[in-house]
Design a binder for this molecule. Structure first.
Ligand code: GDP
Length: 431
């Protein structure tokens, strides 16, 4: 049985917590896209962790953590991340890295910085982890797969030819120091030693795991609105954030994905540039940011303050549809307990016409939020474990949003810990 945990919006919806929680009953957890540019925050008995590369299942002794071929693999960072959790007394996790995963090269990180510098005020707000240059090279067919580290002759030759191209750009476009191919080759030899113990034919491993009836979780990064095709292009990430891509980024048949858990946060937040229709500002935003998540809404990778907004039904309905949602996990609901009234964005006004369909980017930029205000519940809902025990206004908020987005909310997260979860039977859930 394969299940996917993915985001409906701009990322930071709380996927890490939901994956970590679902990992309890899973055998294998797979990262299938993205890189170290985003992070998952997980709170468990070992402490609080921000993971960037490792899947959110590494804290369990019974799971295998897999880095799929679709990931942008930063080898020294993976190595550091493994060390940092083991140092904090987490037992050494079982980790497999796809022999077809491609490697984030040191120059990808530099190119990311140089390009953002060049763009100045028009930059994408990249986390400068090298992700965009990495995926450009992957599709330009000048990337390096992990298995190439073990082909001495081929590697040396390819390093030389790739450096020749990169150095022209470094010199003439960015006016920066050139790459020394010998130095790069020795760095790659170090990478080989770091990654060697984990390298595996991941799709063959997963094929066998499925045959053995194991439960496999695909863990997505970011959310629908950052998808390069279906998101707010060009303010998107460089690999697909959709559950469908899980099949490609892990190397499994698409029909094996039986459950798609789409994570939606009870309010909105976004990082980086791009249209954000339900965005709020000033004191209202500061208060939500300060109270949000677990210790405030600040980037797990960069520490940047996140942009804040009210729940956006238009974006979330679209986000859930593109994911192929079977279940919505509605997270961080406890944070809203301080509000007398809670505005929700139920439509977009574009040139005087109201729509509930998420538009393409140039129309999105013109959209103004149509807000509906719901009464708050004015209490702390942490610790509640049964849906019926939630305050009536809180249930009304959930049920109102469920109706607007049209996908079943079957899990409600009311705190950062694994056990802070309420399961709910939804009228929208197909048997
Ligand atoms: P991800 O990238 O989608 O995993 O999102 P983040 O790592 O940004 O997670 C959101 C933050 O919210 C983290 O600090 C989590 O510990 C925290 N969190 C997750 N679920 C809940 C919840 O239900 N309530 C509260 N208060 N915090 C939560």
């Amino acid at each position: 049985m394969v299940k996917a945990v993915v985001g409906a919006n701009w990322g930071d919806e709380g996927k890490g917590k939901i994956t970590d929680m679902m990992a309890e009953k899973a055998d294998v957890i797979v990262r299938f896209q993205g890189g170290a540019n985003a992070g998952h925050t997980i709170v468990n008995c070992y402490g609080k962790f921000a993971l960037h590369t490792l899947p959110s299942g590494v804290f369990y002794g019974h799971t295998t953590s897999v880095i799929g071929n679709g990931v942008a693999l930063n080898i020294p960072l993976l190595f550091k991340e493994i060390q940092s959790i083991v140092e904090r007394n987490v037992p050494m996790p079982k980790i497999l890295v796809s022999d077809r995963a491609q490697i984030v090269m040191p120059y990808h990180i530099l190119f990311d910085q140089y390009e953002e510098e060049r763009l100045g005020g028009k930059s994408f707000g990249s986390t400068k982890s090298g992700i965009a240059p990495f995926y450009s090279d992957k599709y330009a067919k000048i990337g390096f797969q992990v298995n190439e580290l073990f082909d001495d002759e081929g590697l040396a030759e390819k390093v030389k030819s790739v450096c020749a191209v990169k150095n022209v750009i470094l010199k003439h476009l960015y006016n920066k120091p050139e790459i020394d191919p010998d130095e790069l080759l020795s760095t790659l030899h170090e990478y080989r030693n770091m990654v060697e113990p984990y390298v595996c034919d991941v799709s063959a491993f997963l094929h066998q795991a499925m045959k053995d009836g194991k439960t496999i979780l695909l863990e997505g990064q970011l959310g629908t609105l950052k998808d390069p095709d279906h998101g707010i292009y060009p303010m998107v990430t460089s690999s697909s954030t959709l559950a469908a891509f899980g099949a490609i980024g892990a190397g499994i048949p698409p029909y094996e994905i039986k459950q798609v858990v789409t994570v939606c946060k009870a309010y909105s937040s976004a990082v980086g540039a791009g249209a954000f229709v339900s965005e709020i500002f000033g004191d209202e935003a500061d208060e939500l940011r300060r109270r949000g998540g677990d210790g405030g809404e600040y980037g797990a990778t960069t520490g940047r303050p996140r942009r804040m907004g009210w729940f956006d039904c238009v974006a979330s309905k679209y986000g859930c549809r593109l994911q192929g949602t079977t279940d919505v996990a509605f997270t961080v609901l406890d944070v809203l307990g301080y509000l007398d009234e809670i505005p929700v964005c139920v439509g977009y006004d574009i040139d005087g016409k109201v729509t509930t369909d998420f538009p393409v980017t140039h129309l999105l930029e013109k959209a103004k939020p149509v807000l509906r205000t719901l009464p708050g519940w004015k209490c702390d809902i942490r610790g509640i474990t049964k849906y019926e025990d939630l305050p009536e206004n809180c249930r009304n908020y959930i049920e109102f949003i469920e109706k607007q987005i049209g996908y079943p909310i079957t899990m409600i997260s009311n705190g950062p810990r694994r056990q802070d979860i309420i399961y709910r039977e939804s009228p929208l859930k197909k048997a």
